[in-house]
Every structure is written in structure tokens, then in C-alpha cells.
Design a protein around this ligand. Structure first.
Ligand SMILES: [Ca+2]
Ligand SMILES: [Ca+2]
Length: 296
């Protein structure tokens, strides 16, 4: 925000638009980089749903994105494949119409496991959100080897309602590991075995800023990446945040800022392909949703 270009400033002045000078509540640096996918509300890949809820990268760098009608629910799951051309704002195209999937619930977060309980690739969707739609249930969405969507089943977690869940196949020395979060609590689970038992509460006092809502999380070999979005209590100068924790919930980096642009942009999830991380942004007021690179 502070690095608005002189060209943009001159343009803003020339058309009489005030350039905002209000400082954010925290010493944030904008870490949202180039846009890799722009999804207008008119996109057939959203089937009339305007709220981006969760996103994860699956087999072959495909993206899976949940869209809903917000508090009215009615979620769909969309699958996006690389279009093979330029790495730009249309880097993926949707593979056919999205699938109506009521069993996703609120669909706040998506995780990916390449071999869930030895039965092949699967997505795992949290049905609950932080407060408005609490749920102990996650929905397993089985995938074929090429990533197409198959049967669903619901699993109840013993840790209570959660807002985020992720899996890393490279964590724990390659044995794989899950993480789940709600508010200040972080649980982990070994990569093998049923999700109905075997969870460990590793921290109940995660670092966080106030006036934000839990959103999707991502796991990598050594870290758990948490997104926190603006909510109804956030001041209009407030930002979204990404928190990088270690697997014990200790702080690695806690001030990764994603601008909210006067509460228009709401971070919903984070995922990665190789070493490149992406953030999913639900944009309010009729603006196109967006997937952007998280910059170093
Ligand atoms: Ca979300
Ligand atoms: Ca996620």
C-alpha cells in the first residue's frame, strides 16, 4: 500500500481520487504476488456461487476449489488443470462444470492426501468454520489416479469442531503428517491410520492477531501455514494474515500480510506446488476471486 507507484499516484491525483495514507494496524508487508488465476463471478466454473471457500493442489498440480453461496451454503467442488500456456492470470482452466456437493458443508478448507488409508488419492474438506458453522466432521472426496472426482464419505474427528486441516506427505521424514486447527489450538496426527483416533494437541496458545477469522491451512515438510482473514469486526484498514508455525505450533513468521483493500479481499486458503505457495482470495462486492503467488 505504501509502495504505490508514482505513475499511479499521479493518475489518482489527476482524477481526484484520494490516495490512502492510513497505516495498517501491524507493520505488514504485502506478500501477495502475481495473480495466477482470476475467476469472475460469471465463470461457468462457479455455477452461480460467488464465495470462494477453500483450495488445495492435488495430483499433477491440479487445483481443487470450493465455491458456495456463503451463509446459504449450496457448495460446489471445481477441478482446475494447467492450461499448458503462459503462467499468468489464467494458468488453470476448469475441467468441466463444478460438481454440486452438499456434503462439503461450509467447506472452509481443503487438504490433499496422495494415498488416503492406502485407497488412493483423496481430498479432505473441513465441514466447519470457526464460529458460524462449527462441525466435527470432515468429508473425504476420493479421486481417481488422474484426479477426477469420485465417491464421498464423512468422518467424525474426536478433537471437536475444527476450521482447518492439512496433510504433508513429506513431513515426519516422509512418513506423512496431518495438522488440524481451531482458534489457538493445533493438533497433529500421523500420516497413516484412521482420523477417528490418534490426534495429539501440540499447542493451545497459537500466536494470532485479533479481529480475524480462521481460514484454510497448509502443511509442508517442516511447517504449518495458517490463514486468518478479515471478518465483520476488522477495522476497514485491517489486513489478512498468514502465520507460519513449526509442527509444534512455535512461531516461524507471524506477520505475513495480505492486503484486504478496504475489506474487499478475504484470504481463504493456502496451498503449494513444489516450493511455490499460492493463496486463494475471496473478493467481496462482486469482484473476481483470485489465486496469487505468496512471495518470499
Ligand atoms: Ca476458507
Ligand atoms: Ca488448505
Amino acid at each position: 500500500m505504501k509502495r504505490i507507484s508514482s505513475v499511479a499516484s499521479l493518475l489518482a491525483l489527476s482524477v481526484g481520487v484520494a490516495v490512502a495514507s492510513t497505516a495498517p494496524a501491524y507493520a505488514a508487508t504485502d506478500r501477495s504476488g502475481a495473480e495466477r488465476l482470476n475467476i469472475p463471478n460469471s465463470s461457468v466454473c462457479k455455477a452461480g456461487r460467488t464465495v470462494l471457500e477453500g483450495m488445495v493442489a492435488g495430483p499433477g498440480g491440479q487445483l481443487y476449489i470450493i465455491f458456495s453461496k456463503g451463509s446459504a451454503g449450496d457448495p460446489v467442488l471445481s477441478r482446475w488443470v494447467r492450461d499448458g500456456s503462459a503462467w499468468d492470470g489464467a494458468s488453470w482452466t476448469c475441467a468441466g462444470a463444478p460438481i454440486s456437493m452438499p456434503e462439503l458443508g461450509h467447506g472452509n478448507d481443503l487438504a490433499y492426501h496422495p494415498n488416503y488409508l492406502g485407497s488412493g488419492p483423496a481430498l479432505i474438506a473441513t465441514q466447519g468454520s470457526q464460529s458460524a458453522f462449527p462441525s466435527d466432521d470432515v468429508t473425504i472426496v476420493h479421486l481417481s489416479a488422474n484426479g477426477s472426482v469420485g465417491a464421498r464419505e464423512v468422518v467424525r474427528l474426536p478433537v471437536g469442531n475444527i476450521s482447518g486441516l492439512c496433510y504433508s506427505a513429506t513431513a515426519a521424514g516422509g512418513a506423512g503428517k496431518y495438522a488440524a486447527r481451531r482458534l489457538g489450538s493445533l493438533w497433529t496426527h500421523p500420516g497413516a491410520g484412521s482420523l477417528t483416533s490418534g490426534w495429539t494437541l501440540v499447542k493451545s496458545t497459537l500466536t494470532s492477531h485479533d479481529n480475524r477469522s480462521d481460514q484454510g491451512i497448509d502443511c509442508s515438510e517442516n511447517y504449518v501455514w495458517n490463514t486468518k482473514s478479515i471478518n465483520d469486526s476488522t477495522p476497514d484498514t485491517g489486513w489478512n494474515w498468514v502465520y507460519q508455525y513449526n509442527w509444534s505450533g512455535g512461531d516461524v513468521e507471524s506477520d505475513i500480510g495480505i492486503p484486504a483493500n478496504n475489506l474487499t479481499d478475504e484470504v481463504e486458503d493456502i496451498t503449494h506446488i513444489g516450493s511455490e505457495f499460492f493463496i486463494a482470495i475471496n473478493r467481496n462486492g462482486g469482484s473476481a476471486d483470485s489465486v496469487k503467488v505468496l512471495t518470499e
